[in-house]
Design a protein around this ligand. Structure first.
Ligand code: BGP
Length: 462
């Protein structure tokens, strides 16, 4: 074994409620922003596949958990859909949902797979979005009630909790770059919504710790490293630092250190966009930081000093401070259009060790979405996804190196267990260790990578 991982390493994968469960008659799920947006503009979704037609995990989790076992999972992350548990966002708890999640988590535990549960994965209940979603303080309070309800219902069996998955993404998608509902371009709103997400997270952490359930709570962040075009050019370096403050440290600093990055605060003040808040909010954020950090990594961000003229059409934007740099000869995943840069994962892990107190962390997502994988099916009907094995291996080597150097990284989760619904990309790019055949009743088949992962997990290395 060349790459041996520490004892008890978490091997598994991640998914989310809205991307896997589906909607079924009688399940009493309420609409989220995804159900609503799909109803309004189905043409925005690849092949017009909407959120109700996901991989049917709501009905098929028992079968799926057996496949998780066969692919070497000792841990698995999903999310509780807020709009399933509390269909109107506030008020009545859906007992069908309570029964479903209990059974789902019990089944995982009975099969030796520890459930990790996230509370918010881009899925605002529509009833709350109508009142402003994350722009509204009411949503923060409603979220805290939702979180507490989850801890009280499932906290004796679930011992790893996460307040958000990639909280920057609903901000980018909903308020800056138009790929999540409500699809605005409004930086003031972006700042307010982001602040409320952080406040909601700190308040939920406070509730969790007060309940003394003996588990850990954290947040999952996509820490996209920000590399300057030219390390020797101070303007490029400065631009990269600003992009890092906007997209990484905006959530990482308050989550781990309890404070917002000064560079960002200065910019927000200059723009006169300090979010509405109450004096005690900053104390709550300061005092309620995470126990555990989940790190999602897919691609780096390449940055250069601003050279193109600032576009004032929609008011200020983060992009007024930098330009994206199109690095020649970079390695690409052409399907998703994302650069593949394996060393990025090592740089993130080194950063958390050196600058964030070596906080306990794990890789909570990493993966490769590929279109048209059916062309790699062999005679036995198995997808031979050697590119995915290669992708995981090359990233794991760097995770291993960071651990050797002392980073407190305790696990690796792949995105994702089985092919699932990727938001507006629907089922275009497939990420799973297990394929889902949408033309044949969502039939599941383990891919070559899934069999390989089982060996890695069994050997605790490769
Ligand atoms: C992450 C999300 C996931 C997942 C993944 C793949 O950002 O946490 O929900 O979807 O990215 O990206 P995409 O679905 O956009 O291809």
């Amino acid at each position: 074994m060349t790459y041996q991982f520490p004892e008890g390493f978490w091997w598994g994968s991640a998914a989310s409620g809205p991307q896997t469960e589906g909607t079924f008659p009688g399940d009493k799920k309420g609409p989220s922003i995804w159900d609503y947006w799909y109803e309004q503009e189905p043409e925005k979704f690849f092949d017009r596949v909407g959120p109700e037609k996901t991989s049917q995990v709501y009905k098929r989790y028992k079968e799926d958990i057996q496949l998780m076992k066969e692919t070497g999972h000792n841990t698995f992350r999903t999310s509780i859909q807020w709009s399933r548990l509390i269909p109107a966002g506030t008020g009545e708890v859906n007992q069908e949902a309570v029964a479903f999640y209990h059974d789902y988590f019990d089944e995982l535990i009975a099969n030796g797979i520890e459930p990790f549960v996230n509370l918010y994965h881009f899925d605002m209940p529509m009833a709350l979005q109508e009142k402003g979603g994350w722009l509204s303080r009411e949503t923060v309070e409603a979220y805290v009630v939702f979180a507490k309800t989850c801890f009280e219902l499932f906290g004796t069996k679930v011992k790893k909790w996460f307040t958000h998955n990639e909280p920057i993404v609903p901000i980018e998608g909903g308020y800056l770059y138009q790929f999540h509902y409500p699809n605005e371009i409004n930086m003031k709103h972006a700042v307010q919504a982001g602040f409320h997400e952080t406040l909601a997270s700190a308040k939920a952490i406070k509730e969790y710790h007060a309940l003394e359930l003996g588990g850990e709570i954290g947040i999952i962040l996509n820490l996209t490293p920000s590399y300057p075009r030219d390390e020797a050019n101070p303007e490029d370096v400065k631009a990269a630092q600003i992009a890092d403050a906007f997209f990484n440290r905006s959530f990482l600093d308050p989550a781990v250190k309890g404070t917002f990055p000064e560079e960002l605060v200065t910019i927000i003040k200059e723009l006169d966009m300090i979010p509405e808040h109450e004096a005690e909010d900053l104390v709550i954020i300061q005092e309620n930081t995470i126990d555990l950090l989940g790190i999602n990594y897919y691609q780096p961000r390449r940055i250069m000093a601003k050279e193109t003229p600032i576009d004032h059409t929609n008011g200020p934007l983060p992009d007024d401070y930098f330009d994206n740099y199109d690095k020649p000869d970079k390695k690409m995943n052409p399907y998703r259009g994302w650069e593949i840069y394996e060393k990025g994962i090592y740089d993130i892990l080194t950063n958390t060790r050196e600058n964030y107190g070596n906080i306990k962390c794990y890789i909570s997502e990493n993966g490769m979405g590929v279109e048209g994988e059916e062309r790699f099916v062999n005679d036995e009907g198995i997808i031979e996804d050697d590119y995915r094995i290669e992708f995981v291996k090359e990233h794991l080597k760097y995770v291993h190196q960071a651990i050797q150097e002392g980073t407190n990284c305790v696990g690796y989760h792949m995105w994702t267990c089985m092919d699932n619904w990727s938001w507006t990309n629907a089922y275009k790019n497939r990420y799973g260790f297990i394929s889902v055949d949408l033309n044949h009743d969502a039939k599941r088949t383990i891919k070559k990578s899934g069999r390989w992962y089982k060996e890695v997990s069994d050997n605790n290395g490769f």
